[in-house]
Design a protein around this ligand. Structure first.
Ligand SMILES: Cc1ncc(COP(=O)(O)O)c(C=O)c1O
Length: 426
C-alpha cells in the first residue's frame, strides 16, 4: 500500500467538532509546570503529516513531536497495533517473559550491529543505561577505579542528572549542580581533542572508559559527524578498550535515510541508544549492546514500564511498517528535495542564511551569526503560514517531518518557509 493511500485512509477530523473560542492557556499554565516556553497553539488532532488545533486550523507538522512520529499521526498500522495490543495485554512485569519484547529485540538485532537489547521508556533513560553499563564495564573489565566518559560540546543526551551532565551545554546544567562526576567534554569532530583527553586524563585512579557521542548532533544544531573523525574514534577505541557509545535517539530509526546514523559513518558502535522514532510516538527507549552483553546481571538495572507488551507491540509495528513500505527510500528522496529547496531559498538570502545541512529527514537551516535574526523568529512566523518547525539551538531552524512526508507536502512547507523568511527579513 502506498504512503499516500495510508494517509488518505487516516482519520480526518470530523467537521463541527472544533471550538470557536481560543484555548484557555491561562488555566493550562496554572495547572502545568512551566518547563516549556510554549507556542500559543493547542493541538488536538492529527492525520498523516497534518495536525489541527482546537479551533480547527490545519498545520503541516515538520516537527513530528521532535523527530518522533515516524509514521505521522493516526497511521492505520499504528491504530491497528495500539488497538490490538491494548485489547490483548498492555502491561505485565519484566519478572515474566514478554513475547513482544523478545520479537522487538530480535528485529533490532537483525537490523543493526546489536547483539542484545535493554528496554526502557525514553532517550534519557536509554543513555542512563548506557552510562551505567560503561561504568560497570570500566570497573569490572578495564579495572578503572574512577572511569571518565568523554562527551562532545554542543551535544544533547537528556534531562536526568547524569544525562544533563553528559550533555555538553552549560545552559542545561545551570542551577542543577552538584552534577554527576566522571564526565569530560571535547569539541565535536575534533580528533586531536579526543586523543589529548585520553592521554591527559590517564592519571592515578582516573582513566577514560567510554566516549558517548551523537552520529549527528541534533539539538546542538543538526551537525553531521565527519566520516574521518568517526573512523579514527573507532580505531582509538579498538586500540585502547575505550567503549564507543552512539546516541541514536534523534538520528536513528530511519530518520537519516539509513536505519541508524552510524551507517553514514562507516563504523559500528559498541553500544547505542534509541528512543523517539522507535515507538513512533509511543514512549519507549532502548539500549543496544554489541559484545558487552553480559555486563548487567539480574537486579543491576531495571524499569517497571520498560519493554512492556504495549510499547513493544506498537514499536514492532512501526519497525515492520518502515521496512514493508520501504519508507527509507522516501526519507532519502524527500530529504534531498527538502535540502535542495532550502538551499535555493538560502541562495536568495545570503545575508541571513549561512548553511543548509543534514541527512535524510533531519535537516537544519543555519542563520548568519551576525544577523539579529534567531531561529525562533522564523518558527513563529511559519506557524502563521501553516507549518510547524522547531529550532535546534538559537540560530538553526530544524526540519524533522514524519518519515512518510510526501513530495507535495515538502513543496508546501518550502513555500511557507520562504514566505516566513521573506516576512522576518523585511
Ligand atoms: C540525541 C538525544 N539524546 C537523548 C535525548 C533525550 O531523549 P528523551 O527526551 O526521550 O529523554 C534527546 C532528546 O531530544 C536527543 O535528541
Amino acid at each position: 500500500m502506498s504512503i499516500q493511500t495510508l494517509i488518505e485512509q487516516a482519520t480526518i477530523p470530523p467537521s463541527g467538532s472544533v471550538s470557536s473560542s481560543p484555548f484557555d492557556t491561562d488555566s493550562f499554565n496554572e495547572a502545568v509546570m512551566s518547563t516549556y516556553a510554549r507556542f500559543p497553539l493547542a493541538l488536538e488532532r492529527g492525520a498523516g503529516c497534518r495536525v489541527w488545533d482546537t479551533q480547527g486550523r490545519e498545520y503541516l507538522d515538520f516537527v513530528a513531536g521532535i523527530a518522533t512520529c515516524t509514521l505521522g499521526h493516526a497511521h492505520p498500522a499504528m491504530v491497528e497495533a495500539v488497538t490490538r495490543q491494548i485489547q490483548k495485554l498492555h502491561h505485565v512485569s519484566n519478572l515474566y517473559y514478554i513475547p513482544e519484547q523478545g520479537e522487538l529485540a530480535q528485529w533490532i538485532i537483525q537490523h543493526s550491529c546489536a547483539d542484545r537489547v535493554f528496554f526502557c521508556n525514553s532517550g534519557a533513560e536509554a543513555n542512563e543505561a548506557a552510562i551505567k553499563l560503561a561504568r560497570k564495564y570500566a570497573h569490572t573489565v578495564l579495572d578503572i577505579e574512577k572511569p571518565i566518559i568523554l562527551t562532545a560540546n554542543a551535544s544533547f543526551h537528556g534531562r536526568t542528572l547524569a544525562t544533563i551532565t553528559a550533555t555538553g551545554q552549560p545552559k542545561y546544567q545551570k542551577h542543577f549542580d552538584p552534577l554527576v562526576p566522571g564526565f569530560h567534554y571535547v569539541d565535536y569532530n575534533d580528533i586531536g581533542a579526543v586523543e589529548a583527553a585520553i592521554s591527559e586524563l590517564d592519571e592515578g585512579d582516573y582513566r577514560v572508559a567510554a566516549i558517548l557521542i551523537e552520529p549527528l548532533q541534533g539539538e546542538g544544531g543538526v551537525r553531521p559527524g565527519d566520516v574521518a573523525y568517526f573512523q579514527k574514534l573507532r580505531q582509538i577505541c579498538d586500540e585502547t578498550g575505550v567503549l564507543l557509545i552512539f546516541d541514536e535517539v534523534q538520528v536513528g530509526m530511519g530518520r537519516s535515510g539509513k536505519l541508524w546514523g552510524y551507517e553514514h559513518l562507516g563504523v559500528e558502535p559498541d553500544i547505542f541508544t534509541s528512543a523517539k522514532g522507535l515507538g513512533g510516538g509511543i514512549p519507549i527507549g532502548a539500549m543496544m549492546s554489541k559484545k558487552f552483553c553480559d555486563i548487567f546481571q539480574p537486579g543491576e538495572h531495571a524499569s517497571t514500564f520498560g519493554g512492556n507488551p504495549f510499547a513493544c507491540g506498537v514499536a514492532l509495528t512501526v519497525c515492520q511498517t518502515l521496512e514493508r513500505d520501504n519508507i527509507l527510500q522516501n526519507v532519502e528522496a524527500r530529504g534531498e528535495q527538502l535540502r535542495n529547496g532550502l538551499k535555493a531559498i538560502a541562495a536568495k538570502y545570503p545575508n541571513y542564511i549561512s548553511e543548509v545541512r543534514g541527512w535524510g529527514l533531519i535537516n537544519g537551516l543555519e542563520l548568519q551569526a551576525d544577523t539579529q535574526l534567531v531561529a525562533a523568529d522564523i518558527v513563529k512566523v511559519a506557524i502563521d503560514e501553516g507549518v510547524l518547525l522547531v529550532p535546534a539551538g538559537p540560530k538553526v531552524v530544524r526540519f524533522v517531518p514524519p518519515l512518510i512526508v510526501t513530495e507535495a507536502e515538502v513543496d508546501t512547507a518550502l513555500k511557507a518557509v520562504e514566505a516566513a523568511i521573506a516576512t522576518v527579513t523585511k
